[in-house]
Design a protein around this ligand. Sequence first.
Ligand SMILES: *Cc1c(COP(=O)(O)O)cnc(C)c1O
Ligand SMILES: [Zn+2]
Length: 386
Amino acid sequence: MTFSSLSQLECPRCGTVHDADQIIGLCPCGSPLLARYDVQSVKLTKDELAARPPDLWRYHELLPVRSAANVVTLGEGMTPLLPLPRYGREVGVDRLLMKDEGLIPTGTFKARGAAVGVSRAYEVGVRKIAMPTNGNAGSAWATYAARAGMEALIAMPIAAPEICRREVKVVGARLHLVDGLIGDAAAYIREQPGYFDVSTLKEPYRIEGKKTMGLEIAEQLDWQLPDVILYPTGGGVGIIGIWKALLELQELGWVDGPLPRLVAVQSTGCAPIVQAYENGLPESEPWPDAKTVAFGITVPKALGDFLVLQAIADTGGCAVAVDDEAILAELHRLAQLEGAFICPEGAATFAAVRRLRESGWIQPGEQVVALNTGLGLKYPETVPLT
Ligand SMILES: *Cc1c(COP(=O)(O)O)cnc(C)c1O
Ligand SMILES: [Zn+2]
């Protein structure tokens, strides 16, 4: 049996097909590329899968790395899917679950994209990577680059969480700070020759790693999909990935029925996708003066915005913005009621659960999965000392 069933790369905008076994970034038309698999050739059974080690590589047939020898891993994946009985009762959603991505190397789900992205980049011959980041992606990619023995150059805003700077430094990556936003960091990276640019969605495989959140949710619920999945959306890779995972599982014949309604959650301080959703537009407009405590979702214009909007439309989902005050209040409430110290991005999804239940968009008996994308410990300043 082959390790990966990867067949080709496909452009979701112009439809062009590209050879997957080359170093490639965007489609020449400017769109991100999506990995496609020969799903029919996958002979895996659910029982065989259940017997594999509890990390994301258990899904290797649906991942792009062709040889097990190229897998770069720190044990990432199979994070807990926790019931939240007390908090759920308070917000009126009894079947509320949290997929807790705090329990993963580097403390955020960015490790998934980095593990798969770095492994595949190494496999096709890349040895030097560079990326602009709001922090967490930089720490994850620098960490996995070190694990792979690759060089990494990371550019991030000075305002990014200090811990991410320290993480990048400790693994020996080059760190460049910019006095500005992620777009300014991206401009710097574009000027650096000799590096493969692994910016969000500029290479095709980060999304494949993030996709495993969707695969795990399905497996952890014994292949009975939930009614709603909420995701804190910045670049949108996670929500596109979860959508892609669910479609591939449908193709595999492992899940049926309607897909969960996918909800993109943003902060009112940076809500381009919510704005596009509300105006019925296929793409977002750049958000001016983006600023929110949920730093990981401060993305004024995402390359994959049109795919996020398609994922929402395709599943009957929606997009909601919540303000920083609600985010911080929810972060504390969840910690008090469930003992879970989550990140502000994750807290945004819980603020959205509360809002959507109040408005009736979420029905009382529905099963709802909220993504906590990172560890609260990475953001100690969200808790005042006095
Ligand atoms: C990057 C990040 C997000 C947003 O992820 P996308 O997949 O790019 O939308 C959410 N939460 C945290 C903690 C992040 O670091
Ligand atoms: Zn194209």
